[in-house]
Write a protein that binds this ligand. Structure first.
Ligand SMILES: Cc1ncc(COP(=O)(O)O)c(C=O)c1O
Length: 378
């Protein structure tokens, strides 16, 4: 019904992903947007809005259908009952975690972040005149997980005010179970730390695992900011529509004050696309999930068959974190150079905090993925 095998020609569209290697025979496998066409129901909804012909101001909190769509999605996907008033729209998840730091930290305070991690999260404490404290993500037999002992130790520092968590985690693709979220809730509560939970990848859980939003945890309701978006899952990131869910009125007010005058309103196309994604695209969402499972399993097997490369098939995201620490670089300057010399452009592991890794975006047609594997296997 939906053709994820289609190879859409994005050259010449000024797509950030494709511009990077313009004119070079390097397949771009880096930034986290997919190569898939957006669900027809979302395109139709956007088209209807365009056909209306006026693109004026819209205050996101007044756009009742978009807010109702978020409420409906949280209930249907995670069993989370939220109030429309808890939703704070932001033009991207990145503004969300940067505003959270400004809202709850003084210059010189400490912000806890997991590493390896999405580069803008790593950069956010310093951007906001704070100190980033790195909490390692450690490899275990069944995947990657936060080092809870390190988190507990660092959270005890009275200067630690905010923990920016990423669940599911980027780049490792792990998800938190109830016991793990309980532990984080306990650590944050005991140490008076605000939890800002970046859950942008939570609708991309491929295995049969229930996502547990931070804001739905009983002890986190008074100290959490949960950041979500249809952006990644429905490939509408370019429309810049995201939202923070903040159950506590005082926390919400502090967040809104920090955003005042700086963070613009989400635009109407982003609101419409999010509304359509959360109400009209369930079949597309499920079909994409199945396609991504096939891609992940194919890619993990192929990567693990290449001498010097190792990858754990992760339960979530369309991103694969590849360990190249045993790779024979054969004269290449580094791991990234090795990949690019073979015609593949992943996200450099160094940007995430580990130069011995690279991250592959497998949200692409199977034929493109096969080409990537062929090139890396040379
Ligand atoms: C963990 C994480 N947070 C945030 C973003 C970016 O979100 P946005 O484009 O909504 O700012 C990404 C994009 O890759 C991401 O992986």
């Amino acid at each position: 019904m939906f053709n994820f095998d289609e190879r859409v020609d994005r050259s010449g569209t000024f797509s950030c992903k494709w511009e990077k290697y313009k004119g070079k025979d390097i397949l771009p496998m880096w930034i986290a947007d997919t190569e898939f066409k957006v669900a027809p129901s979302i395109i139709n909804a956007c088209r209807q809005q365009l056909d209306h012909g006026v693109l004026g101001y819209h205050l996101p909190s007044q756009h009742q259908p978009a807010n109702e769509a978020v409420v409906h999605w949280c209930k249907s996907q995670y069993g989370w009952d939220i109030q429309p008033s808890w939703i704070v729209w932001t033009p991207g998840v990145c503004p969300g975690f940067n505003v959270a730091i400004r809202a709850f930290c003084e210059p010189g305070d400490k912000v806890l972040i997991q590493t390896p991690n999405y580069p803008p999260i790593i950069a956010s404490p310093e951007i906001n005149h704070c100190e980033g404290v790195h909490i390692p993500t450690v490899e275990q037999t069944d995947g990657w997980m936060i080092d809870f002992d390190a988190l507990e130790t660092q959270a005890k520092d009275p200067k630690a005010k905010v923990f920016i968590m990423c669940n599911p985690m980027n780049p490792v693709g792990s998800t938190l179970n109830q016991a793990q979220l309980d532990k984080i809730a306990q650590i944050c509560t005991d140490n008076n730390v605000i939890l800002c939970s970046d859950e942008i990848h939570c609708d991309l859980i491929l295995d049969d695992i229930q996502h547990l939003p931070a804001g739905n945890h009983p002890t986190l309701q008074s100290r959490s900011i949960t950041l979500m978006a249809a952006n990644k899952t429905f490939n509408i990131a370019g429309l810049g529509a995201s939202f923070a869910i903040i159950p506590d009125a005082q926390v919400r007010q502090q967040f809104n004050l920090a955003a005042r005058g700086i963070v613009p309103w989400v635009n109407i196309m982003g609101l419409i696309a999010t509304q359509a994604a959360f109400t009209l695209a369930n079949d597309w969402h499920e079909a994409q999930r199945n396609y991504l499972i096939g891609n992940r399993d194919y890619l993990a097997k192929a990567i693990n068959a290449i001498p010097g490369l190792k990858a754990i098939p992760a339960p979530a995201t369309f991103l694969m974190w590849v360990d190249a620490s045993a790779l024979d670089l054969q004269g290449a300057k580094n791991v990234q150079d090795w990949c690019e010399s073979r015609g593949v452009g992943p996200s450099p592991g160094a940007d995430f905090g580990d130069e011995h890794f690279f991250r592959l975006n497998f949200g692409v047609s199977r034929s493109m993925l096969e080409e990537v594997v062929d090139r890396l296997s040379l």
